[in-house]
Design a binder for this molecule. Sequence first.
Ligand SMILES: [Cu+2]
Length: 228
Amino acid sequence: MEAPARDFAQSGLKGEIVPRYRRAAVAAVALSVLALASTAVSAQALTGSTSVGSKGSSVSLGYYGGELTDIWPGADVYEGARATAMMVGMGDSSYFRVRLSGLHESAAGKSYGAHLHVGPCGIRNPDDPATVTVGGHYNTSPLIPGTTLPSVVSNKTEVWLNFDVNSDGTARDMASVQFVPTPGDNGERSITFHETTTVSRPVEGGPAVGSAGNKLACLPFKIKANAR
Ligand SMILES: [Cu+2]
């Protein structure tokens, strides 16, 4: 069985600079969206996005509640798991929160990485058409000239989440970044779950910074920004 390509950051998409607003407002909106997401989690499978705005403000929102999409052909700890994910972006920053439940018992006590990726969750894998995969990491840094590689791969240019799995198969993490992800051509992004934690510093001869082993599962994450 051919393994899906390892996940290296490869997005050239740049985050859009959104006009500045008070960050305190982000927290206020985040709280109201948290309430919304808590309601949504009881739905069977809820996906979508919405946007809210008041005079002179622009808020980007994204959320998802439901099952994960399986990427890895074999068994893994995410099979049968569910997640809720939310994002609030306002001004020049955004906040993410992801909760997982139903992780396999073998995951208890272990840690796993996840990231915001470009494109939809579950595209045909060019390296193995019998399987699906996702795009590369959403990254805001300029490309290295002459390449499709971002110049900076870090938790400041990408959205990185890290899950410490509890004994009951649940896990959660939050992340804040100083950019607001754009929705993408079709309003589609994904949050992709990996087999290891994210490599955060260079290791000679080791895996690339930003990688976290194979992509095992994803959730569709539609971000919507309201026009001003
Ligand atoms: Cu990833």
